[in-house]
Design a binder for this molecule. Structure first.
Ligand code: HEC
Ligand code: HEC
Ligand code: HEC
Ligand code: HEC
Ligand code: HEC
Length: 362
């Protein structure tokens, strides 16, 4: 009994069962299609090779205590069992685990309880009572609609999973909002923009909220306007600046590495080339370790929230030179990809381009 109460508090879902994602398809086909492309739809170990590789190395995987489920497959119908150290591991044949960060789960987040290790979502006990933000909605024959939830109205329903995650040494492994500095910064403003297409098939609306969740894996073009690349030529040198308009660091997960490549092209030939690395490394005794062994931040050159970072290059430009600046990243740092056995996995090793600018010298 006692164990039951404790784990219930930990997970906070009251053994809820959630309508499957497939139930939403008939009336919300556009949103459903977009959702399939998102990392939320693919957050489980069956579909995300990076998550699967880290889980395989995690000490808890020996006992199949898949505590990751709290955020990666929170709609699992055996969530308690799945998270406990009892040998019951993730099951690719369980459809509720394949629903990952499920539609109904997110739309039933009633409140968020803050915690030291992670925050916890409090799920509304009423099935098919979905929170939303559109006050002018019509009635749905399938579910109730509630537009009075402040977490939805402020665009912060994400903070139950995305705020922070500490390990057993108290180190913040991954955090969007460690010091609550971006409370109410409205995640949906950038990650759920309004796009063309109807909310449902029952009434035609001009726009709906994009459910492909642009981020580091997918649809990153939708986010490039939030980082500027600026160019300033001097007599004997030049500067390239990265100007972030993000309320959080450019990349958040400790596996990531970002880069800024700067080239000068003169008469079709490359005459100058330099690369900067932007990275946050966690570890112990000054060396990188897996997140569960990390005790300190070893190095942090990641572009910070709202930071403008200026890089100076001692190179004398000439009129008609072209200066090319490319801001990109890899989802997994190459040495880590090797350790995780992901060096043949394109999603982990391919460079993603976030933004490219070409400046012509006058
Ligand atoms: C408190 C919620 C939470 C828990 C618990 C959690 N994660 Fe995550 N995880 C996230 C979020 C949110 C992201 C997305 C972060 C980002 O992209 O910056 C993520 C991303 C990841 C990624 C990057 C995936 C990719 O494709 O790049 C890996 C790897 C990962 N988690 C591993 C794990 C493992 C292994 C566990 C369990 C031992 C776990 N996580 C538990 C919230 C959580
Ligand atoms: C039988 C049709 C039908 C099904 C099935 C259905 N919905 Fe809806 N839903 C609607 C209609 C109609 C609206 C209101 C659309 C409008 O106002 O134009 C709606 C609106 C919503 C809203 C918006 C609330 C707001 O006002 O912001 C959410 C959230 C939602 N549905 C979630 C879901 C989820 C999650 C599923 C699957 C588990 C689902 N719906 C399945 C018909 C349906
Ligand atoms: C139930 C937990 C949960 C909630 C709630 C949640 N997320 Fe996530 N989110 C995750 C996990 C887990 C991942 C990482 C999945 C992976 O890569 O395996 C993720 C990944 C992402 C990504 C990265 C996508 C990419 O392409 O790399 C973005 C952006 C994101 N979430 C935004 C949001 C926003 C905005 C909200 C609120 C409207 C939200 N999330 C709510 C768990 C959650
Ligand atoms: C002003 C726009 C903006 C706002 C507001 C915003 N983000 Fe982001 N977010 C971005 C950009 C730009 C990126 C980097 C895109 C890329 O990696 O391709 C990003 C990346 C991410 C990622 C992927 C990081 C990684 O390492 O995989 C996650 C997760 C994320 N944001 C979550 C959130 C959450 C949660 C909130 C609300 C607290 C939020 N964002 C608010 C613009 C924004
Ligand atoms: C990570 C959390 C999350 C997931 C998963 C999610 N939604 Fe949403 N959804 C939201 C938020 C937040 C809003 C309100 C966005 C806003 O205020 O602009 C929203 C808005 C909506 C709306 C309102 C209409 C609109 O477009 O403005 C509908 C309908 C909807 N979602 C249905 C779905 C369906 C169907 C799925 C799965 C295929 C789904 N949602 C998955 C967070 C989520």
């Amino acid at each position: 009994m006692r164990k039951g109460v404790i784990s219930l508090i930990l997970v906070g879902t009251l053994y809820a069962s959630f309508a499957p994602n497939s139930d939403c398809k008939s009336c919300h086909p556009t949103i459903w299609e977009e959702f399939q492309t998102s990392q939320h739809a693919n957050a489980n170990i069956f579909k995300d090779p990076i998550h699967a590789a880290v889980w395989k190395k995690h000490p808890k995987s020996k006992k199949n205590a898949y505590t990751c489920a709290k955020c990666h497959t929170p709609a699992a119908n055996n969530l308690e069992e799945l998270m406990a150290p009892n040998g019951v591991g993730p099951d690719p044949k369980n459809p509720t685990q394949n629903d990952s960060v499920a539609c109904a789960y997110c739309h039933r987040i009633k409140a968020i309880r803050e915690g030291l290790v992670t925050n916890t979502n409090i799920i509304s006990p009423t099935p098919k009572h979905y929170f939303g933000t559109r006050k002018d909605h019509i009635k749905s024959p399938y579910h109730e609609i509630d537009t009075s939830n402040p977490n939805f109205l402020k665009g912060n329903v994400c903070m139950g999973c995305h705020s922070h995650k500490r390990n057993r040494f108290g180190l913040n492994v991954c955090s969007t909002n460690e010091n609550r500095e971006i409370e109410n910064s409205n995640c949906t403003r950038c990650h759920m923009p309004k796009v063309k297409g109807s909310v449902s098939t029952l009434r035609e609306t001009k726009t709906h909220t994009f459910h492909g969740f642009p981020g580091a894996h997918v649809h990153n073009k939708m986010l490039r306007k939030y980082v500027d690349i600026e160019f300033l030529p001097y007599l004997k040198s030049f500067e390239i600046a990265l100007n972030s308009k993000l309320p959080h660091d450019l990349l958040l997960h400790p596996a990531r590495v970002a880069f800024l490549k700067v080239k000068v092209i003169r008469d079709g030939k490359e005459v100058f080339k330099k690369q900067e690395t932007l990275v946050r490394v966690i570890g112990a005794d000054g060396k990188p370790t897996p997140p569960w062994l990390a005790k300190e931040v070893v190095k942090d050159t990641m572009l910070k929230a709202n930071e403008k970072r200026v890089f100076e290059y001692r190179f004398q430009l000439q009129p008609k030179d072209k200066v090319v600046a490319i801001l990109g990243y890899k989802l997994v740092k190459p040495p880590l990809a090797k350790k995780l056995g992901l060096n043949e996995e394109p999603i982990a090793t391919s460079p993603f381009i976030l933004k490219k600018r070409v400046f012509e010298v006058e």
